[in-house]
Each structure stands twice: as C-alpha cells, then as structure tokens.
Design a binder for this molecule. Structure first.
Ligand code: XMP
Length: 326
C-alpha cells in the first residue's frame, strides 16, 4: 500500500500512455491487496468514484460490488447513465437504490441549509450502511479519495463530502487514485473508456440539487429545477460552453411572482442562472454568457418548464457570493 504522500519524483499523468501504465500498475496492486475477497464501493457517478469503479472492474470484475444511491437530488439523466455505463456496458455488479422518497420525506418542510445538508449526509450513510449490511463477505471498502482530499483533510472537504462512512464499518480501504490530482484522474478515466461527459463533468455538490432548490424542498419545485438545469446544460453543450465554463447551474428560490402565460395570470418561480469560472473554487468570476443565448434560455425555460415564469441571471462573483446559493 502507498502511504499518503505523493513522491516528489512522481511523473504527472498527462497522456494515454502514462494513464495506461498507471492503470496496469494499479490493477496489479489492487489484485495483490484484495486477493479473492470482495470490495464495496459507493458509486455516485461523479468523476472520482466512477474512475475507481472502472479501474476496479478491470482489476477484479465481479468481486467489486457498486452501490449507487439515488437520493432524489441528482440531475436529470444521472442515475440512468450510471446504470447504463456500469451495469450494461461494463457488466459491473451494481446495486441501484432509489431512495428518493426517503430523502424527500425527511427533507419536507426543512428550510435551514445546514440542516438540509446534515439530513442528506446522514441519510446517505444510513442507506449505504443498510445495503452493506445485506451483503455477505465484504472485506474492503473502495473510495475515490484523490490527492487534494488528502491535502485538504483539515475538515473542508469533510464538510463537503456526503460519503463519510460510519466508523463501525471497519473495512480495509482500497484507494487507487489517492495520489492523483483531478486532471490526472480524468485522463485515467478516459483511458479506462468512460464517457467524456462523465469524466469531464463539472463539479456537483454531494447534496446535489438539494442546495439549489432553495429553502424547503417540494417535489414540484425540484422537478422544475431539474428540468431547467437540463435545458441549461443542453444549451451550454450545444453552444460550446460546456467544456469551457467551470460550473453552471440553476437555482430556484422558494418564492413566486406574478406573470402571464397563454394570456392568463400565471404565478411561478424564477429560475436563477449562475455560471462561474475559477481554478480552486475559493474565488470565482462570472462567465459572460452571450445575450442571444440568454434570451434563448429564457424562452425555453419559461415555455418548457412548468411552474417557472421568469429567468434571472446571477452576476455576483465570489466573493461576495459563494458559488452555491446555500
Ligand atoms: P461554495 O458555494 O462554497 O462552493 O462557493 C465551492 C464549491 O464547492 C461545491 N460545494 C460542495 N461540494 N458538497 C460538495 O461535494 C457540498 O456540500 C458542497 N457545497 C458546495 C460547490 O458546488 C462549488 O463547486
């Protein structure tokens, strides 16, 4: 096992050949560590856990058990993509848990952002631990820890990570990408054959749409948020912004205003568009979305998404605004 310090002479993984060498090395190391035992992985569909899953599937096949918990706060199409890529294309041992109702029931009426985050984090652990308890003979827990997580383990990421597991789940850890930086993880992911939109996707908070459906989450407003966000992502893709802008999303506050739809008074929520650029998420600047695209987005979102009657643009850099609204 590696220790937790990246050797100074460790070459950066920048191309396919280097990624392939790393993959081969890790396959051997994982096989050596795990033998014929079973490994459990919480697979969120994010870059890090997806790359670990793909690597471990190569190394140990069905000895890996992936659990994908859908907390009901994922973006449109995400759980479907996890199932398609891992179960159907990579033939992984994947347990899919749709826990949407559990999460949304617990969150009903809760408006305080920190309480929302705590509920989501705690329930994620409950669901995952329940699934783990149903399985027999698991000896290892795989995690998508990456090098910045180790460098920042002063509590910053701990607060951010939904996936922190209870201490009584005392499995030995398998962390094959823990000495890699994010850009290296992406190169390895591509070399493993993961789809580009999975490997190069923008950061997405663990509590997901829960921190963008502002205040107390309701199913109808969450649905509107998911649809509006999907339109924003589709249009950023089509217009060449997806690979260029660091993070972009919609937030929907818990307030309505008067509008007119189809000649009738229509009370709806505003969809707030936020698109930011940064290198480290500590400060951020605003992407200048072309006005014609903003008009097109407004047209599509107000017409296609039930419940929305206005589109607003957040022009606030960080500081003073944080990237997320909650
Ligand atoms: P803020 O809002 O603090 O966000 O400017 C900085 C970056 O962190 C992401 N973020 C989170 N990521 N769990 C996560 O995994 C969280 O609870 C969380 N909150 C914020 C945010 O999306 C941005 O990229």
């Amino acid at each position: 096992m590696h220790n937790n310090v990246r050797p100074e002479n460790m070459a950066r993984i920048e191309d396919f050949a280097q990624a392939q060498a790393f993959i081969d090395e890790q396959i051997a190391a994982v096989r050596e560590q795990v033998g014929s035992k079973k490994v459990l992985l919480a697979l969120s569909g994010g870059v890090d856990s997806s790359v670990v899953a793909a690597l471990l599937i190569k190394a140990i096949g069905k000895q890996l058990v992936c659990v994908h918990v859908n907390h009901g706060l994922l973006r449109k199409g995400e759980p479907e993509q996890v199932i398609r890529v891992f179960r159907e294309e990579m033939d992984a041992n994947l347990i899919y848990v749709d826990a949407t109702d559990r999460f949304l029931d617990l969150l009903a009426g809760v408006s305080d952002p920190e309480t929302k985050r705590k509920i989501i984090g705690a329930e994620f652990i409950n669901v995952f631990a329940e699934e783990a308890a149903k399985l027999e003979g698991i000896s290892f827990l795989a995690q998508g820890t990456i090098y910045p997580d180790i460098l920042e383990s002063d509590g910053v990421k701990a607060h951010h990570n939904v996936g922190g597991l209870p201490e009584d789940m005392d499995f030995e850890l398998v962390e094959p990408v823990k000495l890699l930086y994010k850009d290296e993880v992406r190169v390895v992911g591509e070399a493993l054959g993961l789809p580009r939109n999975m490997v190069y996707r923008q950061p997405f908070p663990g509590p997901g749409l829960g921190v963008r459906c502002l205040g107390a989450i309701t199913r109808d407003r969450l649905h509107a948020l998911r649809e509006a966000d999907a339109i924003l992502r589709e249009e950023f893709d089509k217009n060449g912004l997806a690979g260029k802008v660091w993070q972009y999303f919609v937030a929907i506050p818990d307030m309505k205003s008067v509008g007119v739809k189809d000649g009738k008074r229509y009370e709806g929520w505003p969809a707030i568009i936020r698109a930011v650029n940064t290198t480290d998420a500590m400060t951020a600047t605003i992407e200048q979305i072309p006005y014609p695209l903003l008009h097109h987005l407004t047209e599509r979102i107000t017409h296609e998404v039930p419940g929305i009657n206005r589109v607003l643009l957040d022009l606030t850099p960080k500081p003073t605004g944080t990237i997320e609204w909650e």
